[in-house]
Design a protein around this ligand. Sequence first.
Ligand code: MN3
Length: 217
Amino acid sequence: MNKHYPYVNPPLPYDYNALEPYIDALTMHLHHDRHLQTYVNNLNETLKNNPELQSWSLEKLICNAEYMPKDIQVSIQHNGGGVYNHIFYFNGMSNSETRCQAGVLYDALVNEFGSVDAFLQEFKEKALSVFGSGYAWLVVDQNHEIEIITSANQDTPIVQKFCPILAIDVWEHAYYLKHYNERNAYIQNWFYVVDWERANMNYLECADFKGCIDLGN
Ligand code: MN3
């Protein structure tokens, strides 16, 4: 992934069929090669016409979108957010059977939710509660506490000073081919492919996260 324009669609960190049987290869092909690619293309198209933004990082663009003219703002929120969120989601999965007991995140989850099962239950409920398109996230908030939040469309948690640990895309394109309209079954299957070591790494990196202040403002 380039740090600035022109942005590229990074290859998945695993094979398209790596998440079978939980998430099917065709969904991964379409989701990565078409959906994410379209966000990358549209973001580049916007930046092509705004050379002063071409050296900006993705995070800096997202954090500053609200101060830009309306058309650029909307494009960056939709397309920049789409690029950020999808890469985060894809990188957060793995076929390597990582365990949720990985690292200090496990202690934090047990401390906050009582048990991993209780966390999974609450995460599932939050992910099911997203009306229409969006994401559910495990994040660290400004008080350094972990919590579960949801976001609509391609909004990103960094704008609200949440540091992301883990994300599930619950747009229908993420699951419809295999799970039809059964978001519940998709979430259940997604739990099997969460990369907990990556999540733990993200959690550790959240220790000194200050939201957009850190990201080039
Ligand atoms: Mn998606």
